[in-house]
Design a protein around this ligand. Structure first.
Ligand SMILES: [Cu+2]
Length: 362
């Protein structure tokens, strides 16, 4: 049973009013919810089942499409900054065709993958298909923040290589079931957690493959996430404030030693590096703004937004730390129009591309 008509109401939780497509609600999820100790149970609510059809797709990605580092002035040729990426994209039912961009799922351009949303009480069903036609690696989807059982963990281990859902082979499918609990409210990452792989055979003549380790080459753990298989989960409840703008920002890095077609390490926002290649976000004075921000990899990062301060839950701040697999939600009312930078405040990462533009209009 498909009930797409309900989607408008669900998208209203973000109050950004996007055209709602591609997420189907089917029936009611379990209504029983545990509450944290000492909190009053909200009115009983029957969650929905939200179904997503998500495919891991292979595509070429030039991380610096305009060929220029807008802050430092360096220039790049496309061959220096292009690699074979793999990203999650949301599709119509049965992976029919890619969904258009929308406020509900975001740009759906592959890196990051589609925004996966849920309200407390909902069951999120992910129909995943591996269409990595370039590397033909196994891939998976592993969530943070939501509840799941072992069959929906999406994690590969050498001691249990055939564990269902941990290594979905090229051309195959798997269904994950995740549940939004009261302690799931917030922003979370999801990512490929499948087998380590060596990329060097795919880039003949490039890179430092000779430096590979003795044991089976230059194995990279969570290689799928480095190639672009990452995204954000947004879980809300009845207390989540409505906002006028919601931005999704992913901090991630690609290393030349792992991906030999790159001529340097690249520090990326949403699959791009350097000012005016990374996303430009816009808002208007007076609007309520929310950023949902996550990071993966092996670096720590500092999200810094020029000209703005927000409450981090403990104190006022204009810089917030992120580490691998952590996420933050930043909210403020736009009160300082201008053409501002947002960037990672780790200097190496600024130099490597983690700089973007935020334009607030009067
Ligand atoms: Cu950083």
């Amino acid at each position: 049973m498909s009930r797409r008509g309900l989607l408008g109401a669900a998208v209203g939780t973000a109050a950004v009013g996007g055209v709602a497509v591609g997420v189907t609600f089917t029936g009611d999820a379990s209504a029983s919810e545990q509450q944290p100790a000492g909190t009053a149970a909200p009115a009983a609510r029957h969650g929905r089942v939200r179904e997503y059809w998500i495919q891991a797709d292979a595509f070429e990605r030039n991380l610096v499409p305009n060929g220029r580092d807008g802050m430092m002035g360096s220039t790049f040729t496309a061959d220096q900054t292009t690699f074979h990426a793999v990203g999650y994209r949301a599709y119509t039912e049965h992976w029919g065709r890619p969904l258009p961009a929308g406020d509900d799922i975001g740009p759906n351009a592959g890196i990051p993958g589609p925004v996966i949303r849920g309200e407390v009480g909902d069951t999120i069903v992910i129909h995943f298909k591996n269409n990595d036609s370039f590397y033909k690696f196994p891939h998976s989807m592993h969530p943070h923040g939501v509840e799941y059982d072992n069959l929906s963990d999406g994690t590969w281990l050498a001691i249990a290589p055939d564990h269902p859902g941990g290594a979905v082979k090229y051309g195959e499918t798997y269904t994950y079931t995740w549940r939004a609990k009261p302690n799931s409210v917030g922003s979370w990452p999801y990512h490929d957690h499948s087998m380590p792989q060596d990329l060097t055979p795919f880039y003949p003549g490039g890179g430092p493959s000779a430096t590979g380790m003795d044991m089976g080459g230059n194995l990279v753990t969570e290689v799928g996430a480095e190639l672009g298989l990452l995204g954000l989960i947004a879980i809300t409840d009845h207390t989540t404030p409505k906002v006028d703008r919601e931005f999704f920002l992913f901090f991630h890095d690609l290393y030349q030693s792992d991906v030999p077609s790159l001529t340097q390490d690249m520090d990326c926002f949403n699959g791009y590096a350097f000012l005016d290649n990374t996303p430009t976000f816009t808002a208007k004075a007076g609007e309520k703004v929310r950023w949902r921000i996550a990071a993966l990899g092996k670096e720590f990062h500092v999200f810094h937004l020029h000209g703005h301060r927000w409450w981090d839950g403990v104190k006022w701040t204009d810089s917030q730390i992120l580490g691998p697999s952590t996420a933050i939600t930043v909210e403020y009312t736009e009160d300082n129009p201008g053409d501002w930078l947002y960037h990672c405040h780790v200097t190496d990462h600024m130099m490597g591309g983690m700089v973007g533009r935020y334009i607030a209009e009067n």
